[in-house]
Design a protein around this ligand. Structure first.
Ligand code: AMP
Ligand code: ZN
Ligand code: FE
Ligand code: FE
Length: 283
């Protein structure tokens, strides 16, 4: 069993995951994990509930977030752990990112309408089960709306035909740069980790982010190959970076699990101590 193991990357219904924060923590406990991090896209709205459930069940919950950033037209995700959840400037910065998502989502819907598809933004919010302002809505919810309308037969078809990068209704979120996101996380008292570097094809950028002060690299991820893991393990060692890993669990949407199952990528819980030890100074 997964004794002393931590899955440091999961999503909940606070963003585009299918399970509530409570259920994600329950599933982590059931999988035998000693710790699980909640890392929703551009929001910490799921963290408080998860922390509470963690206490009840006796499993450590690590407060996290996954910031959507962009550099050279590429989507780059930056994980932030142990940020101050009461820091007003930090919460406002995350709120700005979610507002950017909202206008992006509306533009995507407009482009889909331009392609002759009958869809309204309310269909997307309905598919997202929306919820609170502090929760973030994304393309998986748009895909879900297209699926419910019968426009596509699967979530992946929605990405492949319409809303994936480079497809006819693709619009990227107006984002911060990954350099700024690293600064934000440090200024919020947290520890920054470059998420799934193997998915970008941008290793020079990864090295620039390391020089800029990223604290860690997500070496182990559901979509990383063995070669990716070896390459980034070496890079992390060479620069004295914290080595993290996680499943990127989102639950199942339309019977398909995107990324991986909870606990399918883990690190030793000792890594959590390293994340705490590197926490940034606020100000
Ligand atoms: P967004 O952040 O709103 O641009 O949406 C991006 C998210 O969509 C990613 O973080 C993934 O979780 C998800 N995603 C990307 N491609 C697919 C796919 N083919 N099927 C299901 N989910 C996807
Ligand atoms: Zn996601
Ligand atoms: Fe990601
Ligand atoms: Fe993720």
């Amino acid at each position: 069993m997964a004794m002393n193991r931590a899955d440091l990357h999961t999503h909940t219904t606070a963003s585009d995951g299918m399970r509530t924060p409570t259920d994600v923590v329950r599933l982590a406990k059931k999988a035998g994990l000693a710790a699980v991090a909640i890392t929703d896209h551009d929001t910490v709205a799921g963290v408080a509930e998860a922390l509470q459930t963690g206490q009840q069940l006796g499993i450590e919950v690590v407060p996290g977030v996954e910031i959507s950033t962009s550099e050279d037209g590429k989507d780059i995700h930056v994980l932030g752990y142990f940020t101050d959840l009461h820091d007003k400037r930090w919460l406002e910065r995350l709120a700005t990112l979610r507002e950017g998502r909202e206008s992006r989502n509306e533009r995507i819907v407009g482009m889909l309408q331009g392609l002759g598809i009958e869809i309204a933004i309310d269909d997307v919010y309905k598919a997202a089960g929306k919820k609170a302002e502090a929760e973030s809505v994304g393309r998986p919810h748009i895909a879900e709306a297209l699926l419910r309308k019968g426009v596509v037969g699967s979530i992946s078809e929605a990405f492949d035909r319409y809303i994936g990068a480079g497809k006819p209704a693709f619009v990227s979120i107006p984002k911060v740069s990954p350099f700024e996101a690293i600064d934000w996380i440090r200024e919020a008292g947290g520890t920054s980790v470059i998420a799934h570097p193997g998915l970008y094809g941008a290793d020079p950028l990864i090295e620039a982010l390391i020089r800029h002060g990223a604290d860690g690299i997500e070496v182990y991820h559901s979509d990383h190959s063995e070669e990716d893991e070896e390459r980034y393990l070496k890079l992390a060692h060479a620069h004295g970076m914290i080595i993290t890993g996680g499943s990127d669990y989102h639950g199942e949407r339309n019977d398909v699990s995107y990324h991986g199952g909870i606990g399918n990528r883990t690190v030793d819980i000792g890594v959590i101590r390293q994340l705490k030890a590197r926490q940034g100074k606020r100000g």
